[in-house]
Design a protein around this ligand. Structure first.
Ligand SMILES: [Zn+2]
Length: 100
């Protein structure tokens, strides 16, 4: 097992420790939604950077999924209605034949 050749001096240890403190991070405000933001980064809330929409956010994706689901539901519903509209005519014809 590798072992350090020399003892770490107080100076070296303290120099290393001097860099390990909590710094306040600089941040800016989003120009679109006014939420706090890391500088030089796109806003994760609204997806804006320098006044332009540059990326899709979680909310955007959720909305897209919702619309896609709605469209699929409508499509399925429309197809179902179409099936229903064709079925009763056949049934009614059968019923009419039975009655005759
Ligand atoms: Zn924003």
């Amino acid at each position: 097992m590798p072992v350090p050749k020399r003892k770490t001096s107080k100076k070296r240890k303290n120099q290393r420790a001097s860099t390990k403190f909590i710094r306040t991070k600089s941040f800016t405000e989003c120009s679109n939604c006014k939420s706090p933001l890391n500088s030089h980064a796109a806003c994760s809330v609204c997806g804006f950077y320098k006044g332009k929409k540059v990326m899709k956010t979680k909310l955007d994706r959720m909305l897209m999924r919702g619309q896609a689901k709605e469209a699929a539901y409508k499509k399925a519903h429309a197809a179902h209605q179409h099936e229903q509209s064709t079925e009763p005519t056949e049934e009614s014809q059968n019923v009419q034949k039975d009655e005759e």
